[in-house]
Design a protein around this ligand. Structure first.
Ligand code: FES
Length: 74
């Protein structure tokens, strides 16, 4: 289900999730992509919540894979 996260910029949760899937992993990057939070700022907490739900759970896995790849390449 699509829902507007940023009404000021007309950005939906689907657009934000697609950007996260394509590598955006910080609020700053999402702000650069869509202009989120630059007008009224009411979307900031929802953007951060989406990032925490989507990016935070995989960060330990990314760190582990990066460590293994670094070990293999040394
Ligand atoms: S709702 Fe995102 S800047 Fe206003």
């Amino acid at each position: 289900m699509y829902m507007y996260i940023c009404v000021c910029k007309a950005v939906t949760n689907s657009q934000i999730l697609t950007a996260i899937e394509n590598g955006a992993c910080t609020r700053r990057q999402l702000t650069q992509c869509f202009g989120l939070g630059k007008d009224c700022g009411k979307c900031n907490k929802d953007v951060i919540a989406l990032l925490e739900q989507t990016v935070a759970p995989v960060q330990p896995l990314v760190a582990a894979i990066t460590a293994v790849l670094t070990y293999i390449n040394t």
